[in-house]
Design a protein around this ligand. Structure first.
Ligand code: COI
Length: 365
């Protein structure tokens, strides 16, 4: 692979090093952006062309651009990690590239090749590598969060797949997604709102799914919760996922269960990695439907000993309680989320190069 296809227009207004270092010490999540962005254009006539890295800045879009009206848009989340020797790596980017193509097909957008996807990350990092935080300790999960996205930019109000599309990658230094780090979070069960329905876009990483989760997210916040759990639309019974993360249930007998993939669930890269790493931890992973009743009963009987959420942004975050209109579901024993912590350590050690990458999951940027 080669990034030479990307022409580079360097910024003349790079963030001064002391300001950048100050940001990197306390980046939060999604608040600050690096000096450049990658861009590739697509038109029906010419296909993908114009690969470039240019200064980060506002986009110029016609007010009639299709994305602003019909939401024809997809995105990804990928992290870049700085290892102890200063090198910068990313984790299973080919899985994100593949999912990005799947999302593109569902949203009737053009597919970007895996090569263009990974090279765009590399081309951006070649300019902005100084923005990748150096973790202060093994507990520090700071990284550079990369956000590839694709939008329908054609100026046209008719409803059809756009003939002009733009792909960008922006980058944002990131600390833990949840303010408390690995502290268990409270989750609200949305009994009214649904995130996705069969035949819809639930499996695609498109803005519409996240927009559809926001009213429920607001509801969650009024109940003191930081995330929402969604049930399936057909039976209002089966656990699907959170607004932007997958869920795992740890059973006392060593089983670790996550809802099996359907077209209403996003196939998380962290989800897939946890299913593999769980076996290294001597656990037995299961992908199968799991109902809200099983959660309630398993938590009450002590059969379910931990619940955790996972995603690129969230890594692995324990769930302390599920708040529902009928009351809270708490685990019988207030455990120390030992399994979630073990898996989290195993994942972060791999991502930060502290353990051997026996599966070839790391790609140097
Ligand atoms: C990610 O984990 O990368 C996401 O896109 C989820 C979002 C909650 C930030």
């Amino acid at each position: 692979m080669s990034t030479e296809r990307f022409s580079v227009l360097p910024t003349t207004q790079a963030t001064a090093a002391p300001i950048r270092d100050d940001i990197l010490r306390n980046p939060g999540f999604g608040r600050y952006f690096t000096d450049h962005m990658a861009h590739v254009r697509w038109t029906l006539e010419a296909g993908w062309h114009g690969h470039e890295v240019r200064p980060y800045g506002p986009l110029t879009l016609d007010p009639a651009a299709a994305v602003l009206h019909y939401g024809q848009e997809i995105f990804e989340g990928v992290k870049a990690y700085r290892h102890a020797d200063g090198s910068v790596w990313t984790f299973r980017p080919e899985k994100n590239a593949e999912r990005f193509r799947r999302s593109a097909r569902r949203l009737a957008l053009p597919e970007l090749s895996d090569e263009d996807f990974i090279d765009s990350l590399r081309a951006l990092l070649a300019q902005d590598h100084a923005w990748v935080p150096t973790p202060a300790s093994e507990a520090d999960e700071s990284s550079l969060y990369l956000r590839p996205f694709m939008i329908a930019s054609e100026t046209f109000l008719g409803v059809r797949p756009a003939h002009e599309v733009d792909y960008y990658v922006i980058a944002s230094p990131a600390a833990a997604y949840f303010k408390g780090g690995v502290k268990p979070v409270s989750i609200w069960l949305s009994s009214h709102y649904k995130r996705a329905a069969p035949g819809g876009t639930g499996f695609a990483k498109c803005g519409g799914n996240y927009a559809a989760s926001l009213a429920a997210q607001k509801e969650a916040e009024t109940h003191g919760c930081s995330q929402v759990a969604f049930l399936d639309a057909a039976e209002n019974k089966w656990i699907e996922e959170l607004g932007g993360m997958n869920l795992f249930f740890v059973f006392r007998d060593g089983r670790i269960v996550t809802p099996r993939l359907t077209d209403t669930i996003l196939e998380g890269v962290t989800r897939d990695s946890v299913l593999t790493l769980a076996q290294d931890e001597g656990l037995t992973p299961e992908e199968r439907p799991i109902s809200i009743d099983e959660w309630r009963e398993g938590a009450a009987s002590g059969e379910i000993i931990e619940v955790f959420a996972c995603g690129t942004a969230a890594v692995i975050t324990p769930v302390g309680e599920l708040v529902t209109e009928e009351g809270s579901i708490r685990l019988a024993a207030e455990g120390d989320n030992e399994v979630a912590k073990r898996l989290r350590t195993r994942l972060l050690d791999l991502q930060y190069g502290r353990s051997e990458d026996t599966r070839g999951w790391l790609t140097r940027l």
